[in-house]
Design a protein around this ligand. Structure first.
Ligand SMILES: [Zn+2]
Length: 462
């Protein structure tokens, strides 16, 4: 039995882990690598293994850094099933189509700027490739074991990270050897809005854990609510705009839920909220279609007809002209828009209009990868480059890491410590080097034997 990390090894992108059990090979996630252009090109156009040899993909959740290379995998010869929960399958379909659309758009833009003699840019995959991958999505229920490949069975459990997200309990059998393997995917936090809490499995011989915030400690969600209430009230009082760059899937809905709770409790004024992202609109529709993923609080709100994703203060903006007009409007108001790391999308023109005034504020609610505009804003840079212009950043910047959909160092360690006995080996993936090593150190100090932080392409016997 062997495990190989082919992505998200000492970084957070392109999750792709190969599990070989006897003659069976299954892939845990198949994410797109997102980073500098040349490296992304190289990594996203080929696979370091033979795709036709993979029996099945076990997909933990829909985020593109976990699902975004599925069309390439199918194009390169993969003919097995892609196992996912119903909500993950629906969200993956929407996100993959969006990814093909963005790639076509980028290629068109780069080709228009191309100098003579430079090669033409082509998308990594097309909408037709996406449909081939979507056709292979196979829905599995939570909490019910399924046979993924000979010798490999898997049970999908709640991960509490985004709608449909799962951690995987895998039983691998090779000759007379059986191993219980737990793969966290992206692990959420107890008490997160809308979703049920992460499930705690009892047994694991091998734990493969994410470590996005392995070196960090989030404030409690209650403390986050208090801070959020003070922040929104302060900006509303000076009639400013609050721009919230947020991932269309998950973050946007969680932010709406929290604003709804604060407004209903009268803790912040009921200023207008605009969700300006066609993708977020589609994602929200899918949320409404999967109440089986909701926690008791969310279900109680829906029973009372008080939908936090569609209450009276919220307006969804689909049309691009309405979006432009909204950018020019004065506050007080809240604009939730994508992309989450400010690398593209409609949030850019909102930021361009808003950053110059001290009256406005930018609220950072998600992970910001190094080198992105979002990370420049989060660091409080004096100047930022937006849509080709260098602009002074005078707006207030508030970073709300505590609203993160990822467990922090303490949460990850508590999860790893929640098994009946410590796993005999632990593999730490999906975190920057700093975060992955910090979590590994913490687990080693807690007495976990054999904690490894793989380099890209590194293999382990299980
Ligand atoms: Zn994720």
């Amino acid at each position: 039995m062997r495990f190989t990390a082919f992505g998200a090894a000492r970084n957070v992108t392109g999750s792709k882990h190969l599990l070989s059990v006897g003659p069976s090979r299954v892939l845990l996630d198949c994410g797109l690598f997102q980073g500098h252009r040349e490296e992304s090109e190289r990594r996203n156009r080929g696979f370091p293994f033979e795709p036709a040899s993979i029996g099945a993909v076990l997909l933990s959740h829909a985020h593109i850094d976990h699902s975004g290379s599925l069309p390439s995998l199918v194009k390169a010869g993969f003919r097995g099933r892609i196992l996912a929960t119903g909500a993950t399958a629906d969200l993956t379909e929407v996100l993959l189509r969006d990814s093909a659309h963005l790639q076509a758009h980028d290629a068109e833009y780069l080709n228009a700027k191309r100098r003579r003699g430079e090669p033409t840019v082509t998308p990594v995959y097309t909408p037709a490739d996406v449909e081939q991958a979507v056709a292979r999505l196979t829905v599995v229920d939570y909490d019910r074991p399924v046979q993924a490949a000979p010798g490999v069975s898997v049970t999908y459990r709640d991960a509490g990270h985004i709608l449909g997200s799962s951690l995987l309990e895998i039983t691998a059998r090779e000759r007379d050897q059986t191993r219980a393997i737990v793969f966290t995917g992206d692990l959420g936090r107890p008490g997160m809005p809308i979703l049920r809490d992460p499930y705690q499995p009892c047994e694991a011989d091998v734990l493969i854990t994410e470590s996005t915030y392995g070196a960090r400690e989030h404030a409690s969600l209650t403390a986050a609510d208090d801070r959020l209430a003070r922040f929104v009230s302060r900006v509303a009082a000076r009639r400013g705009k609050i721009i919230i760059p947020a991932f269309a899937v998950g973050r946007t809905q969680a932010v709406l839920y929290q604003l709804h709770a604060l407004m209903r409790a009268g803790r912040v004024p009921g200023i207008p909220i605009y969700v300006d992202s066609p993708l977020a609109i589609r994602a929200t529709e899918l949320f409404e279609r999967h109440p089986e993923c909701f926690d008791a609080e969310m279900n109680a709100l829906l029973r009372r007809n008080d939908d936090p994703l569609g209450f009276d203060r919220v307006t969804y903006v689909n049309d691009a002209r309405d979006s432009k007009a909204l950018g020019r409007r004065q506050g007080p108001m809240i604009v939730v828009s994508a992309s989450g790391m400010c690398e593209g999308g409609r949030v850019l023109h909102h930021l361009r209009e808003a950053v110059g005034s001290r009256r406005n504020a930018i609220m950072i609610v998600g992970y910001q990868a190094e080198g992105t505009l979002g990370s420049r804003i989060a660091e409080g840079a004096d100047r930022v480059r937006i849509l080709g212009e260098t602009l002074a950043l005078r707006a207030e910047v508030a970073v709300f890491d505590e609203l993160s959909a990822h467990a922090d160092g303490r949460g990850l360690a508590a999860f790893a410590g929640g098994f009946r006995r410590a796993p005999s080996s632990t593999i730490v993936v999906h975190g920057s080097e700093e975060n992955a090593l910090a979590l590994a150190r913490r687990l080693s100090l807690d007495g976990f034997p054999r904690v490894s932080v793989p380099f890209d392409g590194e293999s382990f016997d299980l």
